[in-house]
Write a protein that binds this ligand. Structure first.
Ligand SMILES: NC(=O)c1ccc[n+]([C@@H]2O[C@H](COP(=O)([O-])OP(=O)(O)OC[C@H]3O[C@@H](n4cnc5c(N)ncnc54)[C@H](O)[C@@H]3O)[C@@H](O)[C@H]2O)c1
Length: 252
């Protein structure tokens, strides 16, 4: 019996990168996983199925309330009760370093819509369903940048600060329903999209390496363990917390 056998997990933004790594890891722990992204990642789900993983795919724009409701209805009807939500979808890897004088309002709003409103909308939809079953795990993907105040990404840093604050507020609201809400704050992770963005790599990588107690590049597998722990029964008395997984750059 694996720790997540019989559980269903939705991971947002899981067509690639960290989200895909989280989904794969939860599946290896026994969960049925629902992959979701702006376009339903059917090809990724099929590839996982060929590895013996029970995986579904659904289109989900986390910033759009109607899309969120439609995706959660799909899960209700096709997959069954939701036990675990990983709020991973986010705008980061497409950003360029920009001063507060250069960030345009359209980009500010887009980052906030996905990174903050998206977490709010998906958490609300999940909480409604988890409350009926009296148990649930919500895991929000934050970033060490919120603790560091990394310059030139003001919208992103503010959005991840909001994710940490939302984690605390929702944990207090939803505890009575048996729903645990925690966050994982990753350091700079070398996902495919990060490596494809030289502006991010050039601006952030060297400083990250130098600031870490464990001074090496961070990979997706460095983060999956924390998410898996917070999704599983061993963390059932932990809620409202942010676990920083960045090789010891931030300590709190
Ligand atoms: N890579 C890092 O260094 C790092 C560090 C700390 C935190 N994070 C966070 O981890 C998460 C994933 O990062 P990544 O590097 O894998 O990013 P990525 O860009 O590779 O993947 C993000 C995924 O989210 C999806 N997405 C974007 N907008 C969406 C929306 N409105 N609805 C649904 N899906 C949407 C994208 O299509 C993409 O598949 C993000 O929240 C990011 O902020 C990343």
């Amino acid at each position: 019996m694996k720790p997540l056998s019989g559980k269903t997990a939705l991971v947002t933004g899981s067509a690639r990168g960290l989200g895909l790594a989280f989904a794969r890891d939860l599946a290896t722990q026994g969960a049925t996983v629902v992959l979701s992204d702006l376009q339903a990642p059917h090809d990724v789900a099929q590839a996982l199925q060929q590895e013996g993983i029970t995986a579904w795919a659904v289109a989900l724009d986390v910033a759009n309330a109607a899309s969120v409701e439609a995706a959660f209805d799909f899960i209700d009807k096709q997959v069954g009760g939701l036990d675990i939500l990983v709020n991973n979808a986010g705008i980061f890897t497409s950003l360029k370093p920009q001063s507060i004088h250069d960030i345009d309002m359209e980009e500010w709003d887009a980052v906030m819509a996905v990174n903050v409103r998206g977490v709010f909308l998906c958490s609300r939809a999940a909480a409604k369903r988890m409350a009926i079953r009296g148990y649930g795990k919500i895991i929000n993907i934050a970033s060490g940048t919120a603790f560091k105040g990394t310059p030139l990404f003001a919208h992103y840093v503010a959005s991840k600060g909001a994710v940490i604050a939302l984690t605390r507020a929702l944990s207090k609201e939803l505890g009575a329903d048996g729903i645990r809400v925690n966050a994982v704050a990753a350091g700079l992770v070398m996902t495919d999209n990060v490596m494809a963005n030289p502006d991010i790599v050039n601006r952030l990588l060297q400083g990250s390496l130098e600031s870490r107690a464990l001074s090496r590049a961070q990979q997706t597998d460095d983060v999956t363990g924390a998410v898996g722990f917070l999704a599983g029964p061993q963390s059932d008395f932990i809620t409202g917390q942010t676990l920083v997984v960045d090789g010891g750059s931030v300590t709190h």
